[in-house]
Design a protein around this ligand. Structure first.
Ligand code: GLN
Length: 381
């Protein structure tokens, strides 16, 4: 057979799979891929069981269970003031990644340019390339990873179709500020530029800071796909359920792709989450819950030779390791996993050029004892 011409010749296996597999193989504490090691709320599990027992085991409607879409619309209006029509503007997806892929596939045409900020979550660029789009990446640097808006301005031309944002940001744990929103609004005003806003960590924001999501700003909201997740807030990453919100003219195109990519998402979990979301404390309690973990983990890390970067949101804590070694971050991450048996994510993999700022990312969505055990091992470095 003629060799396949790869559509993604530069793409390997995602770092999350690589590091979790290695962590399992060598029995390391896995602080690499982001997922909790504590239980999913028992009440939510119970609600899934109930939905199954009540017979919600056949196809959900293509855009998602209406009761869930209604809950999402209410929550969004309450929190951010934006009104989304659950009939036409909200779709339940098989997690954030599917929503991102679907949105990009739906609206990026060959040779359209899409601006991303690196380090960038690793599914953005491949999705753009598969759609025939051109990735225009701008590199951000530690410790603050602020977006250089003057450079964004320079990148924009009549081929710019989309800007992808991510707040709170994975892997850097930064959040967009009001100044960023002002700059972005000024840039896109009167332009045919869409926004894809990955907000899967919207509820994981600390120190009383505000989530500057696109739904708060009408000028941005009217051109945005907003992607959200239930796996992160409800400690159930394995369920792979999230959603996308967008104005009807965008959602119409989104659904054309969604219906043939997954058709619909598993029904009982949607019924369960619809019920669970009625209590807003289920998500409003998350900043406190995770901030305690963040603070505990940071205190532990302060006893090591790592240097801590700020963490304003997400459940990731990044560190630099210049006091420890001058190895490449990817080499060091492997050695840390094998020799010290703590797995982390090297940040250079999120840069097209492999830019290495000597930064590792640890996930602190773990039981306190797990974090303590990891710190005990990291102190030995
Ligand atoms: N979002 C998770 C992380 O950053 C992983 C997602 C995945 O494994 N695809 O660790």
């Amino acid at each position: 057979m003629t060799p396949i011409i790869s559509k993604l010749p530069q793409t390997g296996t995602t770092i999350f799979t690589v590091m979790s597999a290695l962590a399992n193989e060598v029995g390391a504490i896995n602080l690499s891929q982001g997922f909790p090691d504590f239980d999913t709320p028992p009440r939510l599990v119970e609600l899934v069981n109930t939905a199954m027992k009540n017979g919600h085991n056949q196809y959900a409607p293509m855009p998602g269970v209406m009761a869930l879409r209604e809950q999402i619309a209410q929550k969004t209006e309450r929190l951010y003031g934006a009104v989304y029509n659950p009939e036409t503007e909200i779709t339940i997806t098989a997690g954030g990644t599917q929503a991102i892929f679907t949105a990009i596939t739906a609206v990026v045409n060959p040779n359209d340019e899409v601006i991303i900020f690196e380090p960038a979550f690793d599914c953005y660029a491949p999705a753009i390339k598969l759609a025939g789009g051109i990735v225009k990446s701008l590199e951000l640097s530690p410790p603050d990873y602020r977006i250089p808006w003057d450079m964004v301005r320079r990148l924009i031309n009549n081929k710019t179709r989309m800007i992808i944002l991510n707040t709170p940001h994975n892997p850097t744990a930064t959040i967009l500020q009001q100044e960023d929103i002002d700059e972005l609004s000024a840039i896109v005003k009167n332009q045919d530029i869409l926004i894809l806003s990955d907000e899967v960590y919207e509820h994981l924001i600390y120190d009383g800071e505000t989530h500057h999501g696109m739904a708060r700003y009408p000028e941005l909201q009217k051109r945005s796909f907003i992607v959200a997740s239930f796996g992160k807030p409800f400690h159930a990453t394995g369920w792979k359920v999230g959603y996308c919100m967008a104005p009807a003219f965008l959602m119409q195109e989104f659904r054309k792709v969604h219906q043939f990519l997954v058709f619909s998402v598993n029904a009982p979990i949607q019924y369960a989450i619809a019920e669970y979301l009625k209590d807003e404390n289920t998500y409003l309690s998350l900043p406190d819950f995770f901030q305690q973990k963040r603070d505990h983990f940071r205190k532990g890390l302060e006893q090591t030779r790592f240097e801590l970067l700020p963490c304003a949101g997400t459940y990731f804590q990044s560190v630099t390791f210049n006091n420890i070694t001058d190895e490449k971050d990817s080499d060091f991450a492997l050695r840390l996993t094998k020799e010290f048996r703590v797995a982390a994510i090297p940040t250079s993999v999120f840069y097209t050029q492999g830019t290495d700022h000597h930064v590792l990312r640890f996930c602190f969505a773990k039981k306190q004892e797990t974090l303590d055990k990891a710190v005990d091992r990291l102190i030995k470095l």
